[in-house]
Design a binder for this molecule. Structure first.
Ligand code: DAH
Length: 339
């Protein structure tokens, strides 16, 4: 019996395997129901009492050695595999998906580039503002509805602190530290106390333009906006100006662009008018120049402001404003590859 055990121990010791299948076969051969070790155990009854202790110990040793060896071989095989895969430096790298720019950033950058080409410099101002920069310096009368809590987010403890409702506040900021000539473009985020819907949001983005110098005329404004429309929406674009009112410009106008989808013929996007409203503009009101310490008898200027979401919706045919804020990957992925 002992010599049988010794033989099996040698067999276990000498066993080598190249695959998990071989190991499994070996395990069944020894430890399976009819395996050699298992059979030995059933023969144990026949061992004379005085030898039982010695033989029993040997048999346990054999069983444990076989089990350990099988486990060891299995581990070696699986770690070998990892080493081979991990160390093959010729394998191609794992592809990493590039993110995409948000459509609002794409449109903001494109608008900025167009105006930079004609000498506009980008400027920024704070999103948390005070009454002076958002309203008073821009010639808003005391009782103007935009100053109402309904439209503007104020800090309750200090109503002089508010979230800017438009980027026109950056005009005032720039004129605070720069004297004419000024030619600046201010993109940024603005906030209004509005119910969220497909067409309105409490957070959105605007681009503000300001040009102040000697002899700036309404014709300069019109040509600049026509240039922008053609650069952004295509060479065939036309613009039309309609009289309007803003406290900070006089005269003021709203600008429509010929519908880029139907070419002006009329479609459901332009509501069959052939025109789409894209921005507000005007000649800077002399009161605004004077509030910032600029002599309105020497200098004049124009200003304009447009909503980035609105322009992006027209450009990409997006029908619901909320999509810009949901960060749904399926929406965002459609802009990948655009930088
Ligand atoms: N601030 C205006 C708004 O939020 C947009 C605007 C209109 C800006 C006319 C201007 C301007 O600079 O001249 O609706």
């Amino acid at each position: 019996m002992i010599s049988k055990i010794e033989k099996l121990l040698n067999k276990v010791d000498a066993f080598k395997a190249e695959s998990l299948d071989e190991i499994e076969k070996f395990r069944i051969e020894l430890l399976g129901k009819k395996g050699e070790v298992t059979v030995l155990f059933s023969d144990f009854k026949a061992v004379p009492n005085e030898l039982k202790k010695e033989v029993g110990q040997k048999m346990n040793q054999l069983k444990n050695t076989a089990a350990d060896k099988i486990e060891l071989l299995k581990q070696e095989l699986s770690s070998n595999r990892e080493v081979t895969v991990g160390s093959d430096l010729t394998l191609p790298g794992e592809p990493k998906n590039l993110g995409s720019r948000h459509p609002i950033s794409l449109v903001r950058n494109e608008i900025s580039e167009i105006f930079k080409r004609i000498g506009f410099v980008i400027s920024e101002g704070p999103e948390i503002e005070d009454d002076w920069h958002v309203f008073s310096a821009l010639n808003f009368p005391e009782e103007h509805p935009a100053r109402d809590m309904q439209d503007t987010f104020f800090i309750e403890k200090n109503p002089d602190v508010l979230l800017r409702t438009h980027t026109s506040s950056v005009q005032v900021r720039v004129m605070d530290y720069q004297k004419p000539p000024i030619r600046t473009l201010s993109p940024g985020r603005v906030f209004r106390n509005e119910a969220i819907s497909a067409r309105a949001h409490c957070i959105f983005h605007q681009v503000e333009g300001l040009y102040v110098d000697k002899d700036v005329s309404f014709a300069d404004l019109k040509q600049t906006l026509l240039y922008f429309a053609k650069e952004f929406f295509g060479e065939k674009s036309e613009i039309r100006l309609r009289p309007s009112y803003f406290p900070f410009t006089e005269p003021s106008a709203e600008v429509d662009i010929s519908c880029s989808l139907c070419g002006g013929k009329g479609c459901n996007v332009c509501k069959y008018t052939g025109w789409l409203e894209i921005l507000g503009c005007g000649m800077v009101d002399p009161n605004v120049l004077e509030s910032s310490g600029i002599d309105s008898k020497v200098y004049s200027g124009y200003a304009f402001g447009m909503g980035i979401e609105r322009i992006a919706m027209l450009k990409y045919g997006i029908k619901d404003l909320r999509m810009f804020f949901e960060n749904d990957k399926r929406f965002m992925d459609q802009f990948s590859g655009n930088y």
